[in-house]
Design a protein around this ligand. Structure first.
Ligand SMILES: C[S@@+](CC[C@H](N)C(=O)[O-])C[C@H]1O[C@@H](n2cnc3c(N)ncnc32)[C@H](O)[C@@H]1O
Length: 285
């Protein structure tokens, strides 16, 4: 599994060497290397650490070093920290669902954002991989589940929320195994994003036609959309990671009438060669 070309690969050859040998196709080459090692992890330090110490540009990676220094299990922590700073999605007492949570950096940031344990709140992480809750920055409010989000019925996800009342924040940092074929990767990423949206807002809000996504009731976008069993609470926030393509515009079109505000963010910690982009949806109507 991998996130994007840079973060998810287990390549023994230093990045600069790859760029020199494959000046036009190194991105594809990285995807191919990863496909040979499908079990390699995306993020975290451990065995992957050496490889990640350098960014694609060959410079020491500031976010990597900072994450290590601060006890985060991956540099991706800074993406959610930036979202928190800009949008204040998670507040004390929030119930957070973290889709694609391995190795756990967003679990750490989410838990910290809840404030001290006396404030309550909960963080539930789901990933294809088994995730041990990081000991730093996490407490008993964090739990993880090993499952494929694509096969999870909304009822089962709702059952994981506090008092089965749904979640106030849903984060999806899920990403597919990158093939190196941009259109294919973007399409897979859109599928994961659509599943996150479907879990969050429920089937009444979304109708998928042949190759177009439509929102039911779009003719009356001023009225509230019925939340028929989605696991995101009214007023809740949703973050979806996507790989840039024509499809991402459709997500914006779908989400705009459903939420008070929908905006795009490319976090500073995103590597320069990555096509990842986040749709930040605030305030489910
Ligand atoms: C970029 S990583 C997430 C990093 C995480 N936010 C963090 O900060 O530690 C993407 C994760 O999505 C997971 N993933 C991809 N497809 C999935 C699916 N269908 N169900 C559950 N997890 C999935 C991968 O296993 C991978 O661990």
């Amino acid at each position: 599994m991998k996130c994007d070309l840079n973060e998810a690969t287990r390549v023994q050859i230093p990045a600069m060497e790859l760029i020199n040998v494959f000046p036009l196709n190194f991105a594809f080459f990285w995807g191919w290397q990863k496909a040979k090692n499908p079990r390699s992890s995306h993020m975290g330090f451990g065995k992957e650490g050496k490889r990640r110490r350098m960014s694609g540009a060959g410079k020491p990676d500031f976010f990597y070093r900072e994450a290590q220094r601060l006890g985060f299990v991956a540099r991706s922590a800074f993406k959610l920290l930036q979202m928190q700073k800009q949008y204040k999605l998670i507040t004390p007492g929030s119930s957070v669902l973290d889709l694609g949570c391995a190795p756990g950096a967003w679990l750490q940031v989410a838990c910290q954002s809840l404030g001290p344990p006396k404030n309550g709140g909960a963080v539930v992480g789901i990933d294809l991989k088994k995730v041990k809750v990081p000991s730093m920055h996490c407490d008993a409010r964090v739990q993880t589940v090993c499952a494929n989000v694509m096969n999870l019925p909304r009822g089962q996800v709702r059952a994981l929320s506090p008092q089965q009342k749904g979640f106030s924040v849903i984060l999806s940092d899920m990403c597919p195994l990158v093939s190196g074929i941009a259109t294919k990767d973007a399409a897979l990423s859109a599928e994961l994003g659509m599943q996150a949206l479907n879990l969050a807002v429920g089937g009444a809000a979304l109708v998928q036609s042949d190759d177009n996504f439509q929102v039911e009731g779009q003719s009356d976008s001023s009225s509230s959309v019925q939340n028929d069993g989605g696991v995101l609470q009214l007023g809740g926030h949703l973050v979806i990671k996507l790989l840039e393509s024509e499809d991402v515009k459709e997500f914006n079109q779908i989400c705009k009438p459903l939420f008070r505000k929908a905006s795009w963010l490319r976090p500073k910690a995103t590597r320069s060669c990555s096509r990842e982009i986040y749709l930040i949806c605030q305030g489910l109507r």
